[in-house]
Design a protein around this ligand. Sequence first.
Ligand SMILES: [Zn+2]
Length: 162
Amino acid sequence: MIEYHCPVCDMESRHADIVVTHCGISYHCCCVQCRDNFSAHPVPYVTMTTAEKDASSWVKRRKIRMQHTPTSSEYSALSSALEPLMGIRSVDVSNRYVRIVYHVLQIRFKQIEAALAEQPCALSSSYFSRIHRSWIVYMEDNEMDALSRVDRACCNKPPVQH
Ligand SMILES: [Zn+2]
């Protein structure tokens, strides 16, 4: 059986059907989540080395406020929804907060937020909490957009003449 190399998580994949094309090259991803993240920002995944993708600066730690302290069954539902997702390193609950450690090149906060939104224990709807979550999404989008511009000219890197 042919094994493919997922450009997002660097795992071997046997899914011949989860394919995305960038600049005429086909990349086989291990799962739909990796494919979606690759499609949104292909450049970082094709330009970074495995060591660069593994850098600890991509590991994010977030403390997310819930509407109430999750009961033990809500907590186990929440961790079994999040932990299998690619890129999740750990999920812990203390009082009303869920602490999540994840690899941002493999999973974005907006994907975590979408998974949390399906949980019986709701995310906090307070104004501050909503602003906090939007800010994380905004920062991550900016970070990925900046990584996607590595080949573009900037003030100290003039455009290459062809
Ligand atoms: Zn993958």
